[in-house]
Design a protein around this ligand. Sequence first.
Ligand SMILES: Nc1ncnc2c1ncn2[C@@H]1O[C@H](COP(=O)(O)OP(=O)(O)OP(=O)(O)O)[C@@H](O)[C@H]1O
Ligand SMILES: [Mg+2]
Length: 246
Amino acid sequence: MSTQSAPNSPLLRVTDLGVAYGRVRAVQSVSLEVGAGEFVAVIGSNGAGKSSTMKAISGVLAPVAGRIEFNGAEVTGLPSHRLVRAGLAMVPEGRQVFAEQTVEDNLRLGAFVFAATPSRIDEAVERGFTLFPRLAERRAQAAGSLSGGEQQMLAIARGLASSPKLLVIDELSLGLAPRVLEMLFPVLESLNRDGLAILLVEQLATQALAVSHRAYVMETGKVTLSGRSADLARDPAVRQAYLGRA
Ligand SMILES: Nc1ncnc2c1ncn2[C@@H]1O[C@H](COP(=O)(O)OP(=O)(O)OP(=O)(O)O)[C@@H](O)[C@H]1O
Ligand SMILES: [Mg+2]
């Protein structure tokens, strides 16, 4: 299962991925790549198969077809805790923080899979609080009592607590106020500048194309367009479908 690929292969390489729910095929032969330190966006309409693709990449769902390679090894079908250990962390759609647990315990759980010692776990927790001081003030509060924006910060910090090479984020903006996003997008850009690779699924196509280097457009289970984000933002078909015509 751990076939080594070419030395200069991308950090993540997804080839001909298929995902199905029973007999319903949600993802058809999707191929995509994320290079080390790259910021890649996935945009597309509702039901296009974006979340299904991300779930397969992060080991939440086993794909029915295709191959996933991460950091030079094949990881197709590995469960998420193995992928987290390999350096691939996921911020799922809808955040899914552990509502009954405190903010701090959510971060500890994020760090636990990765960090070998209690002091490494403490360090990871404190890194989260440095990144999002709002969370530090609320460390003893139940995560379920946080605002939507704070829960998204916590989900990101929890993902980062495992010290990933790649952070997969499914719908950063879902249900969040523009004011919160004005703060979160720059945080992602800054993490990326510090070397973190990011794969971002995002409904807000304008913002997604503005922060990312490259992007993929998904429609009905397939990648229909891909390229440099700046080029896609100027593409008439993309503009009409996702960016409005103005
Ligand atoms: N648990 C499930 N059981 C059955 N079908 C599902 C399940 N989850 C998703 N699907 C179907 O798979 C297809 C792709 O869904 P998916 O959630 O991957 O799309 P998406 O691009 O993330 O959409 P959105 O933008 O609304 O989040 C849809 O037709 C959806 O109805
Ligand atoms: Mg989705």
